[in-house]
Design a protein. Structure first.
Length: 293
């Protein structure tokens, strides 16, 4: 997966030198800028992203699921997800807040970042939530303040953005909670699922087996399998496999590594095993896929 700066460069060009190491980006977007996300093709980013639609609409495919977003909708992107932008209205205006995954994993706001990012998928089965006008206006105010600090040369710019990011997450969760009558799952189930997601996006290259994740989370493999399937409709193996396949696509696109080197990089015991895996996931073997680029 691309880190924040790499993904941004792929879509929109290099960040200024003074912003290369930023862990949070907040910018206003329009239709043209949004369509540039397609430059990622099947590659993914290691970040959390929240987009609030201010005006107009846009249409995307998120992990194979079509999604239409309109005014006052908040769309969430989670690390390792593939998306493509189908269309955006000529008057589309939005504001986009991105935070690098490693930054989120190592800060106290992580649980809030994960809860806010996955709330709509867990409770509503799609990565968006439609807010009331008042809640959307409040979040817009916070995001505009974040964008203002992002563009500034304030001496405590980064610290201010981190504080505002934490506040944004808390207020987004509060707004999300108001959109549902009751939760689909217990807090315990949601916590285990979110902990699995966080662990998987960090460890998927080294550990392909469910046993590692169950052990780290102090649950049985059967219980973890049941929770992930219950919440997401996908198996643990399917989740890990999608992350591996997306990482393989990135390496085939953007490195000169041989197929054998990529197989080793992704911790496959044999190149032939990796080739069979990739063909099953993407419909072509790695060499055919690379030649088609």
């Amino acid at each position: 997966m691309y880190n924040l700066a790499e993904g941004w460069a792929k879509m929109l060009g290099e960040l200024p030198a003074s912003r290369q190491n930023d862990k949070i980006i907040c910018v206003h977007t329009d239709g043209d800028m949004t369509m540039h996300a397609n430059r990622l093709q099947q590659e993914t980013m290691a970040c959390y992203m929240f987009t609030l639609v201010i005006r107009g609409w846009f249409h995307i495919v998120y992990n194979g699921q079509e999604l239409y977003l309109k005014e006052n909708d908040v769309y969430t992107y989670n690390a390792g997800t593939t998306i493509s932008i189908i269309a955006a209205s000529t008057d589309y205006q939005g504001i986009c807040l991105l935070a690098e995954q490693d930054f989120a994993l190592n800060t106290p706001v992580m649980k809030n970042a994960a809860k806010a990012a996955y709330f709509s998928m867990i409770e509503l089965k799609e990565p968006k939530v439609s807010l009331c006008q008042a809640d959307a206006a409040h979040l817009l105010e916070l995001m505009q303040l974040l964008a203002k600090y992002y563009d500034s040369e304030h001496p405590y710019r980064k610290e201010s953005m981190e504080m505002l990011y934490g506040l944004f997450l808390l207020d987004l969760i509060k707004a999300q909670e108001k959109t549902i009558e009751s939760h689909r799952f217990s807090n315990r189930v949601v916590e285990i699922y979110l902990d699995f997601i966080k662990l998987a996006t960090k460890d998927f290259i080294e550990h392909h087996d469910i046993g590692h994740y169950a052990s780290q989370l102090a649950v049985t493999t059967t219980y973890l399998s049941r929770i992930v399937k219950q919440v997401s409709g996908r198996t643990v193996v399917d989740y890990i496999n999608r992350l591996l396949a997306n990482e393989a696509v990135l390496l085939l696109h953007n490195s000169s590594m041989s197929i054998a080197q990529i197989a080793e990089r992704l911790n496959f015991a044999e190149t032939t095993t990796f080739a069979r895996f990739f063909k099953r996931m993407k419909g072509k073997n790695p060499l055919e896929y690379r030649k088609s680029l």
